[in-house]
Design a protein around this ligand. Structure first.
Ligand code: ASP
Length: 342
């Protein structure tokens, strides 16, 4: 079994200077010294560090392209991939890769840690070692157990494009609110094979590495003003908007808001309704206050996460030009990100 450990940075890559207590990026040797089990593993592990290692708050689409291209370039050479990444934007990067790597047949498991690898109580060692075990696990047919982009963290494995960072303090940093965990790691690792996506054909991997950044998140709040909405919707070059609404997809019924959204849609901007609630789905038209959105041409994002919707739009807008094709794909589950038509 051959595994590629892609080391992008984040807290997991930090060690503490014993004298000053300050944190600095670990060298590969430091990292391996903190996880001596890596050397004695039956899995052959090669490591590919980003240079420089980055805090994930500095990650941008060019890094997603580098991560996805790294997987694609080494796809035939390795059986599995583990990506070490900061927790802050891990849900964005992992969601992006799930859309960039079409027809994936091998595991790409992201993990990180809340405490630096070089700190005694760190969660890093368990996260890395279990992520490696999951990435190299085989099912009864001898095929990869989890041929998906997923996030392993603190005992649970989540589908990448269903995951959100929820906690800056506890070790349980992530959750998947609208889809159950794909596996739980206790004394044994229990996989939910009924929930994991298995390819039904052997189509080759397709890399989508064109990304359009001309997207925005517009979060509604009581008291939102027209100039603020204008500032966002009039952004030069804007092509897609994640409209974060209330409850089951509701918005204030101000006429000015309706007119602005309708003008944006008429100008060719794709506006997608995403609820601010973590759990549940957008149900447009259920209340009168979402009917205006429908009339304006806003489309439903159903139960997708903001991280998945934003990255999916960036990738679709980068790849396709036909407006209707993009809208159809946004409303179709491409790799398990929506509960409808999976
Ligand atoms: N700021 C760090 C990062 O996301 C936090 C972490 O890794 O937990 O890179």
């Amino acid at each position: 079994m051959q595994l590629l450990l892609i080391f992008t940075g984040g807290t997991i890559s930090m060690i503490q200077d014993p004298k000053t207590g300050s944190l600095h990026p670990a060298s590969l040797e430091n990292f391996r010294a903190c996880v001596p089990e890596l050397a004695s593993s039956s899995v052959h592990i090669d490591t590919l560090p980003f240079n420089p290692l980055i805090d994930s708050s500095d990650v941008n689409p060019s890094h997603w392209i580098k991560m996805a291209q790294t997987v694609a370039e080494h796809y035939d050479q390795y059986d599995a991939f583990v990506v070490l990444h900061g927790t802050d934007t891990m849900a964005y990067s992992a969601s992006a890769l799930s859309f960039m790597l079409e027809n994936l047949h091998k595991p790409v498991i992201f993990t990180g840690s809340q405490l630096p690898i070089g700190v005694l109580r760190s969660d890093a060692r368990e996260n890395v070692l279990t992520a490696i075990e999951i990435a190299t696990a085989l099912n009864q047919q001898g095929e990869p157990m989890v041929p998906e982009v997923a996030i392993y963290f603190e005992g649970r494995l989540f589908r990448a494009n269903r995951t959100t960072k929820k906690n800056a303090e506890q070790f349980e940093a992530f959750d998947s609110y609208n889809y159950p965990s794909l596996a739980k790691a206790g004394v044994h690792i229990t996989y939910r094979e009924d929930l994991i996506r298995y390819a039904t054909d052997d189509r080759p991997l397709v890399l989508h590495d064109k990304i359009d950044r001309n997207v925005a998140i517009l979060k509604l709040f009581p008291g939102i003003t027209a100039p603020l909405v204008d500032a966002i919707l009039h952004t030069h070059g804007l092509r897609g908007v994640v409209l974060e609404t209330f409850g089951s997809g509701n918005a204030p019924s101000y006429d000015w808001l309706y007119r602005r959204l309708r003008d944006a849609v008429d100008m060719g901007i794709i506006v997608v309704n995403k609820t601010q609630c973590n759990t549940g789905t957008v149900q447009m038209g259920q209340y009168e206050v979402s009917q205006n959105l429908m009339k304006a041409g806003v489309i439903s994002g159903y139960d997708i996460t903001t991280e998945a919707l934003l990255t999916k739009m960036m990738i679709l807008l980068g790849e396709y030009t036909d407006q209707q094709e993009i809208i159809t794909k946004i409303q179709t589950s491409l790799c398990g990100e929506l509960t409808i038509n999976q």
